[in-house]
Ligand binder design. Structure first.
Ligand code: AHR
Length: 510
C-alpha cells in the first residue's frame, strides 16, 4: 500500500493533470469472512411476448430458413448457454395478465390467433406456448419462472394450468399434457401470481391484491416436492407500500415479493432519453438513476425485516434494466433499443448492488432477454449480435452461487453539479470453484481509478481476468460491425491495480 501511495505522489509531481484525473479507491477485503451465498437466480432473464422478444428472437419454427433446433434459433441458444442463464421468466410482464394458457397448447395449427393488445397490437399466433417454453429452458439448462394471469384470468384457470404442468397422476389435465407430448411433469422453479397489480395487472390497491393473492395461492396445488416458489406481485421505484402491505397481510404460500425498477436516463416516461449518441450529462443521469436501486432495495428490505424477521420472504427484482425512447424508425410498441458500453456499466452496477443484499435479493430478471429493452442479444432476421450487457453477464457468471466475502470500499465520487454517485463499486466472492473473485466497475466515463487493495486472509498478489471498455460512451455492436466491443484479457499486480474510465473488470485474485 505504502509503495503505491508513494507512486501516486510521484505521479502528482510528474504530471498533476494525470493524477488529478484519477479516482482514488480503497478496498479492504477480509477473505476469511464470508457472507451469504449469491443465488444464481440473481442472473435470471425475462422473456415476454413483446415485439421480437419471442418470435424471431427465440422461436422461428422448425420450417424457418434460420438455423434452428426444433424451432428455437440455434445461434441464440448457443449464446445464452455460454453465459449460463439460470432462470427465464415467461410469458410476461403485462402480457401475462392477458395470457390464457389453453390457447398455447395442442397442435400449433389449431391454436387461436389473438391480438397482443398490450404490445403493438400485433397478431399473436400462440405458436410459443407452455410446451415450447419448457423445451426452451430445458435446452438452455435453465429453470422456469412462469407468471400466471391474475388480472383477467380466474382462480380455476390458474389452478388448472399448474395442474396441467405439474400433475403426476392420471388426472384428465395431466393426461392432456401427456397427449400433447410430455409424459413427465414440468418443473416450475417460481410461479408468479399476477404482475404489476398496481398497473397493467389490474390497477389494484395492495390490500385488495393481498386478499386475491391469498385466495389464488390456496388453490395452486402440486405433487409433493414439486411446489414452486410463489411470487406475489409487489411495488416499484421508490414505493415501499406494496412490500409493506403484502408482507403484513400474506402469512403463508409466499416465497417472495416482486419489485420493479427501470433505469430511464431522464426519469421521465414521456422523454426517457436516447439509447445512443447521448451526452456525458445523460450518462451521468443514467448512473444516478440506476444507483437509486441501492436505496430502493434497502428501503424494501427494511420493510421485510420489520414484517418478516425470520427472513422467509425474498425480494425478487424480477424486472430491471435500461428503458430508452424507441428508435424513430421502429414500432414504439416493440421496445427495441440499442445497447452500449453504458448498458454494460449499468448491469455491473446493479449486480454489485444485488450482491450486497444477497440475503433477501435471491432472484432478479433483467428486462429483457432478446430484442426488448436492455437485451443480451439483438437479431435482424438471420443476423445476431451480442450486446455489451451480454458480455457483462458472461464476465459475472463466476458469481452465480458464489459465497460473498466481506469488504469495505471507500471511493472518490463521480460528480456532476451537486449530484454524486460512487466512482467505483465492487463485489468480492469465493466462486463455487473455490477461487477468489473481484468485480469492479468504474462509473466515471472520463477518469481512471487507482485501486488500493488490501487483502487479509488470503495470499494473493495478482489480478487475472477480463475487462470490458471502449473509448466512446456509446460503443456498441451492430449488424454491420458485430465485434466492435467484447471483453479482453486483463492482468495486473495487486499493488499496481488501475482500471480505466467507464469499465467493467472481473478478475480472479491469485
Ligand atoms: O418489460 C416491459 C414491461 O414493463 C412489462 O411487461 C411490465 O411488467 C413492465 O411495466
Amino acid at each position: 500500500m505504502k509503495l503505491k501511495a508513494l507512486a501516486a505522489i510521484g505521479l502528482l509531481c510528474a504530471g498533476a493533470q494525470l493524477s488529478a484525473k484519477t479516482l482514488n479507491v480503497d478496498i479492504d477485503i477480509h477473505a476469511d469472512q464470508t457472507g451469504p451465498v449469491i443465488n444464481k437466480d440473481v442472473y435470471g432473464q425475462f422473456a415476454e411476448h413483446l415485439g421480437r422478444g419471442i418470435y424471431e428472437g427465440v422461436w422461428v419454427g422448425e420450417d424457418s430458413a434460420i438455423p434452428n433446433t426444433r424451432g428455437f434459433r440455434t445461434d441464440v441458444l448457443e449464446a445464452l448457454r455460454a453465459i449460463k442463464v439460470p432462470l427465464v421468466r415467461w410469458p410476461g410482464g403485462c402480457f401475462a395478465d392477458e395470457y390464457h394458457w389453453r390457447e398455447g397448447i395442442g397442435p400449433r395449427e389449431d391454436r387461436p390467433t389473438k391480438v397482443n393488445t398490450h404490445w403493438g397490437g400485433v397478431e399473436e399466433p400462440n405458436s410459443f406456448g407452455t410446451h415450447e417454453f419448457f423445451e426452451f429452458v430445458e435446452l438452455l439448462g435453465a429453470d422456469a419462472y412462469v407468471n400466471g394471469n391474475l388480472g383477467s384470468g380466474t382462480v380455476k384457470e390458474m389452478a388448472e394450468w399448474v395442474e396441467y404442468m405439474t400433475g403426476d397422476k392420471g388426472s384428465t389435465l395431466a393426461n392432456e399434457r401427456r397427449a400433447n407430448g410430455r409424459e413427465e411433469p414440468f418443473d416450475i422453479a417460481y410461479f408468479g401470481i399476477g404482475n404489476e397489480a398496481w398497473g397493467c395487472g389490474g390497477n389494484m390497491r395492495p390490500e385488495y391484491y393481498a386478499d386475491l393473492y391469498r385466495q389464488y395461492a390456496t388453490f395452486l396445488k402440486t405433487p409433493q416436492g414439486k411446489r414452486p416458489k410463489f411470487v406475489a406481485s409487489g411495488g416499484h421505484t421508490e414505493d415501499t407500500s406494496w412490500t409493506d402491505v403484502l408482507s403484513k397481510n400474506i402469512d403463508s404460500n409466499i416465497d417472495g415479493i416482486s419489485y420493479h425498477f427501470y433505469t430511464l436516463p431522464n426519469s421521465d416516461w414521456d422523454e426517457k432519453g436516447r439509447a445512443i449518441k447521448f451526452s456525458e450529462q445523460e450518462w451521468f443521469k443514467t448512473m444516478e438513476r440506476t444507483y437509486r436501486m441501492e436505496k430502493y432495495i434497502r428501503a424494501n428490505v427494511a420493510k421485510l425485516d420489520e414484517n418478516d424477521p425470520e427472513g422467509n420472504i425474498g425480494l425478487y427484482v424480477d424486472e430491471w434494466g435500461t428503458w430508452y425512447d424507441p428508435e424513430p424508425e421502429r414500432d414504439p410498441g416493440f421496445l427495441y433499443q440499442q445497447n452500449t458500453l453504458r448498458d454494460a456499466v449499468v448491469a455491473a452496477v446493479n449486480f454489485n448492488i444485488f450482491h450486497q443484499h444477497a440475503e433477501r435479493v435471491t432472484m432478479t430478471n433483467i428486462a429483457q432477454m432478446v430484442n426488448v429493452l436492455q437485451a443480451m442479444i439483438l437479431t435482424d432476421k438471420e443476423k445476431m449480435v451480442l450486446t455489451p450487457t451480454y458480455y457483462t453477464y458472461g464476465m459475472y457468471k463466476v458469481f452465480q452461487d458464489a459465497t460473498s466475502i466481506k469488504f469495505n470500499l471507500k471511493t472518490d465520487k463521480y460528480k456532476r453539479g451537486d449530484k454524486t454517485v460512487p466512482g467505483v463499486t465492487a463485489s468480492v466472492a469465493r466462486g463455487t470453484d473455490g477461487k477468489l473473485y473481484l468485480a469492479l466497475v468504474n462509473l466515471d466515463p472520463s477518469n481512471s481509478a487507482d485501486i488500493d487493495l488490501d487483502v487479509a486472509g488470503a495470499n494473493v498478489t495478482r489480478a487475472v481476468g477480463q475487462i470490458l471498455t471502449a473509448d466512446a460512451m456509446d460503443t456498441r455492436n451492430t449488424f454491420d460491425a458485430p465485434e466492435t466491443i467484447a471483453p479482453t484479457a486483463f492482468e495486473s499486480d495487486l499493488d499496481d491495480l488501475t482500471i480505466p474510465a467507464k469499465s467493467v473488470v472481473v478478475v480472479e485474485l491469485k
